[in-house]
Every structure is written in C-alpha cells, then in structure tokens.
Design a protein around this ligand. Structure first.
Ligand SMILES: Cc1cc2nc3c(=O)[nH]c(=O)nc-3n(C[C@H](O)[C@H](O)[C@H](O)COP(=O)(O)OP(=O)(O)OC[C@H]3O[C@@H](n4cnc5c(N)ncnc54)[C@H](O)[C@@H]3O)c2cc1C
Length: 390
C-alpha cells in the first residue's frame, strides 16, 4: 500500500546528522526575507563577477546539485540506486547567446547522452533547448515574425543542434527529455520537438516534449499532439510539469499587453495536470508518460490510473520524477513499491547552476508551502528514530 507518510523509507539514506542539516537548511529557506536577500546578492555577484562559491557550495549546492561533473555525481547516483531510485543527469546551463558557450554546452550534453546510455542507473538524458539557440531568434520564430538573414542562419543552427542531440539519443537507444521554459520561445520549440518525434519515435518514445500544465492551452495541445502522433504513426513521449515561471510569465504578459497564458488559479492548473495524466494513460498504447511533480495527489493519482488500466508498476512507459533534494518521501516510497522513479540530478559549475538554485530556494520558501511539508516529515522521522532507540 502506497504511503507517502512512511518516513522510515523516505529517509532511509539519511543519517541523523543529515536530518539535522536538512532541517537547518529548510528552516532557513522558510524565511522569505532571507531568500529574497540571497537572490539579490546572487544577482549582484553574477553581474560583477563576485565569488559566491564559498557560501553556496556547502549549502544549497550540496543539497540540490550532484556535483560539478558527471564523474563527481557518481557517489550520489550509486547511493540513490541502492534504493531503486534512478538518476537523470541534467547539465545545468541556462540560455546563452554566445557561440562558444553554446558549443561547449552541446559537447557536454552529447557526453551526458552517451554516459546515460552506458549506465543502467540513468534511464533518460535531458537538456534545456534554450541553451542551443539565440533567444531573439527563438522568440521571433515563435510568433512568426519576419526573420533577418542572421536569424535564418541561427534558426538552422538551432535545428541542427537539437537534431544531433536527438539523433545521438536515438542511436544510443536512450530516451531524451526536452525541458520547457519561457512561453515566449515555446511555440517554435514545440514545432522542432514534433519534427524530432516524427523522425526518432517510430519504434518507441525516444524524444519527450515537456508540457507545463499551468498554461491554459496545454491540455488541448496534448490531445492534438497525441491525435497527430496516432494518425502519422509515431510514439508520443511527454513529460508533465506544472511550470516554474509563473510570476515571470504573468509579469511579461502584463508588460507586453497580451493575454496571460497562465491558468487563473492553482485549482485550474491541478485540474488540467491530472486530466492530462488521465488522457495519456488512456492512450498508453502510443504514449509514454513522465510525471515530474512534487504533488502527492498527482503522484498517487497516476498509480491509481495505472492500476485501473492494468499497467504493471515497472512498465517502462510510465515514470515518476522529483528533483534531487526535494520530496524524497514521494520518490523513495514509490520506488519501494516497485514503480519507476528517477531524480533529476543537476550538475555543473557553481556559477552555472545559480539560476537553478534561486528557483529552488524560491520554490521552498514558506509562502509556497513545500518547506513546511519537508520540515514536518523530518521532525516526524527524528521522533520515530528516537522512539525506536528507546
Ligand atoms: C522532474 C522535474 C522536472 C521539471 N522540469 C521542468 C521543466 O522542464 N519546466 C518547468 O517549467 N518546470 C520544471 N519543473 C519544475 C516544476 O514546474 C515545479 O517543480 C512545479 O511547478 C512545482 O509544482 P508541483 O507539480 O510539484 O506541485 P504543487 O506544489 O502542487 O504546485 C505548485 C505549482 O502550481 C502552479 N501554481 C501555483 N499557484 C498557481 C496559481 N495561482 N495559478 C496557476 N498555477 C499555479 C505553479 O506551476 C506552481 O509551481 C520540473 C520539476 C520536476 C520535479
């Protein structure tokens, strides 16, 4: 029986010292003023090149990141694997327009794809598409604005880079997740991802798009995409997330005076998220589902849908995933019950992962509610261990 409250399983890889440290970290994150101050300091540090590694590395970085390189993530990967929790190595570089940085991100991502293919503990490769194209071009191509000759060249380069990543995944028989970010770039990215699925998903779902269900249009988009995949004869891979850029999207829509693409409230996001899971499972003959969430209801709901549709727990078309450093109670309890579980494990140099860490810190402030849950579970486990000892 699935029980997310089972803290013995949730924290089985944590020593008492680890629990004390996690409690301290989440208590600090629970203070919005501290997180706000940390964000401002980090932004200044990034702008003027001030070193921040000495403070970030032993704290947030240690908790949410696997290491600087693939090799340095090995001990975390092995530790998670002992509990049947797999890892997805996410080279954390955010969008850049510099050719040299793009090329270096491409080489590292290719390395991570080949590495995943050779490691049974890594079931997927992943990348952020904005790391491989100029933002202006992505934006213009998404709204069909006229492109300059330079934009046309950049568009072709972007397409070729995404193609080489997906082709390498296909040739190495490893599925690849393509993250979703800003609304402004997504329409063109969706177009390219669809072309990749047409090319590489003929035998199974190798290429996965990401749908952010906080967008009002995504449920309809899912239905159209599945219908197209069915009529054209390819498999559809989909990673579901609620979406990490809510405030930024609302702000941009307000500033640029277009209709807010985000759901009016949390309930609507939740309703579409769960409806999308249901629709995908109903089409499981051609769909593979990746459930990227820390929401207990959505995690449990997918297990119920699997049972209803007689899908075995370890069926490779259904995956559950949480971010490393968050919601171990979901990951470890699902894994203990035989479901396919993988942690998103970011890696990269400290400076590169700072924007990711800021997002995680913000997501864990008391305002958003994640932290109180983590703290409550840690306290519960500390109490349980004390009682067990006596
Ligand atoms: C494995 C994994 C991969 C991820 N990949 C991506 C990615 O590619 N792209 C990306 O954007 N994010 C990604 N994320 C981050 C993800 O979007 C956030 O972790 C997620 O939004 C937090 O929501 P939740 O599903 O865990 O559940 P909850 O904590 O229940 O939901 C919180 C979310 O609900 C939505 N929400 C909250 N309030 C409102 C409101 N008033 N109106 C409308 N919606 C609201 C927001 O999306 C908010 O983040 C990933 C997360 C995981 C676990």
């Amino acid at each position: 029986m699935l029980d997310f409250e089972n803290t013995k399983i949730a924290f089985q890889n944590k020593s008492n010292g680890d629990l004390r440290w996690n409690r301290f970290l989440f208590k600090s994150l629970a203070r919005p003023s501290l997180v706000k101050f940390g964000k401002s300091l980090t932004n200044v540090a990034l702008t003027i090149g001030m070193p921040v590694g000495w403070i970030v590395k032993p704290t947030l970085y240690k908790h949410f990141v696997g290491g600087e390189t693939i090799e340095k993530c090995q001990s975390v990967i092995k530790d998670l694997a002992r509990y049947n929790v797999k890892s997805i190595l996410d080279y954390s570089v955010e969008g850049t327009d510099k050719e040299e940085a793009i090329e270096s991100a491409l080489q590292e991502t290719l390395r991570s794809i080949r590495n995943a293919a050779n490691d049974d503990n890594i079931p997927f490769a992943v990348f952020k598409p904005t790391a491989f194209g100029e933002s202006i071009m992505l934006q213009k191509a998404s709204v069909n604005s006229p492109l300059t000759l330079h934009d046309e060249q950049e568009k072709e380069k972007f397409f070729n880079r995404i193609d080489v990543l997906c082709k390498t995944a296909y040739e190495n028989n490893i599925s690849i997740l393509i993250d979703a970010e800003d609304y402004a770039y997504q329409a063109y990215i969706d177009e390219v991802v669809e072309m990749m699925m047409q090319k590489y998903n003929k035998e199974r779902a190798i290429v996965f798009n990401t749908l952010q269900m906080y967008r009002v249009d995504r449920l309809e988009f899912l239905k159209e995409s599945i219908s197209k995949a069915r009529s054209e004869g390819y498999y559809y891979g989909v990673k579901f997330v609620r979406g990490a850029y809510l405030e930024k999207e609302r702000e941009r829509a307000r500033k640029m005076e277009y209709k807010d693409p985000i759901q009016p409230d949390k309930e609507s996001t939740d309703a579409d998220y769960n409806a999308a899971l249901k629709y995908s499972v109903e089409n499981i003959d051609i769909v593979s589902v990746f459930n990227g969430t820390h929401n207990e209801y959505s995690s449990r709901y997918l297990t119920e849908l699997m049972e209803e549709h007689k899908i075995p727990r370890d069926d490779k078309r259904v995956w559950f995933s949480q971010l490393y450093g968050m919601s171990d109670h979901i990951s470890f309890n699902l894994a203990a019950e035989g479901y396919n579980v993988a942690k998103y494990l970011p890696y990269g140099p400290v400076r590169h992962v700072l924007p990711y860490l800021i997002r995680r810190a913000e997501e864990n402030t008391s305002v958003k509610g994640q932290t109180s849950r983590e703290l409550m579970l840690i306290t519960q486990e500390k109490k349980r261990r004390k009682e067990e000892k006596n």
